[in-house]
Ligand binder design. Sequence first.
Ligand code: 4AD
Length: 456
Amino acid sequence: MKHTDIKIVFETADLIGKEVTVCGWVRTSRDSKNVAFIELNDGTTLKHLQIVIDKALDLEYAEALHLGTSIKVTGEVVEARQGSVEINAKEITVIGKCPPEYPLQKKRHTLEFLRTMPHLRGRTNTFNAVQRVRSVMAAAIHNFFQENNFVYVNTPLITGSDCEGAGEMFQVTTIGYTKDYENEEDYYNDDFFGKKAGLSVSGQLEGEVAAMAMGKIYTFGPSFRAENSNTPKHLAEFWHVEPEVAFAELPEIIELAEKMIKTVIGEVLEKCPNEMKFFDAHFENGIIARLEELISNDFGTVTYTEAIELLKNSGENFQYPVEWGCDLQTEHERYISEKIFKKAVFVTDYPKEIKSFYMKQNPDGKTVAAVDLLVPGVGEIIGGSEREADYDKLVEAMKTREMNLDLYTDYLDLRRYGSVPHGGFGLGFERLIMYVTGVANIRDVILYPRTVGSIR
Ligand code: 4AD
């Protein structure tokens, strides 16, 4: 169907006075005595294109006034108010009719209501804007790494080893419910891979394998977590950006994370001005100014031990008590970034007991070279570390956690054959989108959210 994107119609001054054909879905319509108006959107831009129908022309337009109808319009591009353009219709064709039970009749629907129809909510301004920002951010992430000599690798989604060791893997099996097996071992022997398999919670372990050959790599794909966390920031399937760098220690990993976040946000501000104005007006007043401030200042840095002291001395009555050794909860993370630092802040050197087995053990014997990035409004968006590069120390940490070393032979080999200091981090892509758009629930920044108790 030959037609022009509505975005191009708005952006190309040369089209004024010329005839174009546009396609789209009817967002609103108005019928008056001599003219009818249609606001048309084709998804290429947030702005709707006004179609003006002169009734003297006797066009067949009655069906085209119904919300949700898909139409094709040919007409002349003319100047409109406020430097915009509209189309004087010469020909209107209904492509797909839309009956009155089409659910998006109102101008504004709640996000909760829209969550019940993931297949239609993309046709609202909010989801239109979110998806476009998401797409620009994804491209910006790829560009950032490509321009900095990182190799994009695709790590396996089905895996035999639990990276985070937190037991949050979805199981992959082709057998399913049966009473045919007396024990787990017999079951898994008979299963597709001949052993227990699951969906990967992180591509890090294989990312390390790739970094030990290519030097600097990144992954950008889905991770899966069977966490029983019904919160506004947890998905069972989320998109994960995981760079891994050889010959790097923790400070370089922190520097990389800050540079990446600033580059991606800078690009969104530059390439999505209309979408960002929309979020500023409807989701978080002042968000553009805050993001601009974020990218022009250094992020904060604090050790876990210092952060605990700051929280304890804050006088704040937290739901979860604060003691050295406790895991930071969202309320603590947000307090640190929103109230204490008032900006994005890296928290480093966590107690080894609350972090994963692979993190480099610090000389104090108590902490590991971990880093989380906390941002106002969301909390943690990045988790990373320098990795333990010493074979003996790694084995010891795994044994302390009673891990099955046989499942990690490849990983351990990396420490036997030319081991080097290295590290990386994982960015939760949806959490960054939440931060950038001000959309408060992670279910609203992904096309089809998968959460505990809910799949469609
Ligand atoms: O802190 P996490 O668990 O770290 C890892 O997975 C490391 N292997 C990453 C690495 O070093 N390569 O997860 C990293 C990030 C979190 O900071 C968070 O932003 C996101 O992944 N994340 C989730 N996002 C949405 N829903 C969930 N259930 C998430 N779990 C983690």
